[in-house]
Design a protein around this ligand. Structure first.
Ligand code: PAF
Length: 294
């Protein structure tokens, strides 16, 4: 595995690989790698000859009161995991390489538009402007054929997919299913912050989504009934949790579905345990008479 912090060197390596006919996959991360990231690396390895993983804790996607300073960082561990996962190039730029002169000097930003008005975007103002801008930069730095994102951050994946489409980035985006603990908790770098009591209760996010799935599979279509049942489950099983949102939204626009769930939908929720905020989601697709869940 080759490691570089230089954008120039990264571009040269990628250009040489592509000139030799190799396809290049990019796995953008903020480090604190877990099995979810390693799954992205695995799929990228199956689909490309050269895999680049970036590790960059992007300051502009954290709000002033969020966990940028305490975001878990362990580059030695990440390096070992990336190497074992078969990453060819580990790109670890410093802030100056991504934001020349510092993040405060950035003048032109990607406006994420209405997709950022709901859910995570409503709770974390400015978050998706930072995400969209840094992903645009990473795509321009690595110039990959494909880039890999996890479904756990469904709104991010949807937004980046639209950005690539709307701004004609020459890259194929791949969204990979969420990797879960055996009890269903979605893997997240933030899970390490949970106390054992919070960890036990955190499984209620997945349980609430499973309940929504059962309700829809048995014919329930009222978005209000579904979200009320999900909230009740979390209230009962996770007394230490504070619900930020539980929403059923149109899968294409993320506008909340307040009436009936008849079109493809994203059911998403965010629950905080102390200062640790967890998110999870379920995608519902209607195919004729059949309903598919992912
Ligand atoms: O999902 C993440 O880890 C980050 O939001 C990303 C895509 C690497 C951008 O900083």
């Amino acid at each position: 595995m080759h490691e570089t912090s230089s954008v120039l060197e990264l571009r040269q390596l990628v250009r040489a690989a592509r000139a030799g006919g190799d396809a290049v996959g990019l796995v953008p991360t903020m480090g604190a790698l877990h099995a979810g990231h390693l799954r992205l690396a695995e799929v990228a390895g199956e689909e490309n000859e050269l895999v680049v993983m970036s590790i960059f804790v992007n300051p502009t996607q954290f709000g002033p009161h969020e966990d940028l300073a305490r975001y878990p960082r362990d580059l030695d561990r990440d390096r070992r995991l990336a190497q074992d996962a078969g990453i060819d190039i580990l790109f670890v730029p410093d802030v100056d390489a991504v934001y020349p002169g510092g993040a405060d000097e950035q003048v032109v930003w990607i406006d994420p538009g209405p997709l950022a008005a709901h859910m995570e975007g409503a709770s974390r103002p400015g978050h998706f402007r930072g995400v969209a801008t840094v992903v645009a930069k990473l795509l321009n730095m690595a110039l990959p054929d494909r880039a890999y994102f996890g479904q756990k951050d469904a709104q991010q994946a949807l937004l980046v997919t639209r950005m690539v489409q709307d701004l004609a980035f020459p890259v194929e985006l791949r969204v990979i299913p969420t990797v879960r603990e055996p009890d269903g908790l979605a893997l997240s770098s933030r899970n390490v912050y949970l106390t054992s009591e919070q960890r036990a209760q955190a499984v209620s996010l997945h349980a609430a989504l499973q309940l929504a799935r059962q309700m829809i599979a048995s014919g329930e279509r009222s978005s209000a009934h579904i979200t009320a049942a999900m909230r009740a489950l979390i209230g009962r099983d996770a007394p230490a949790g504070r619900i930020d949102y539980v929403e059923v939204a149109d899968l294409a626009t993320l506008v909340p579905l307040t009436g009936s769930v008849k079109a493809d939908a994203l059911i998403a929720l965010a629950v905080s345990f102390g200062s640790t905020r967890l998110i999870d989601n379920l995608i519902v697709r209607f195919q004729g008479d059949e309903v598919q869940f992912s």
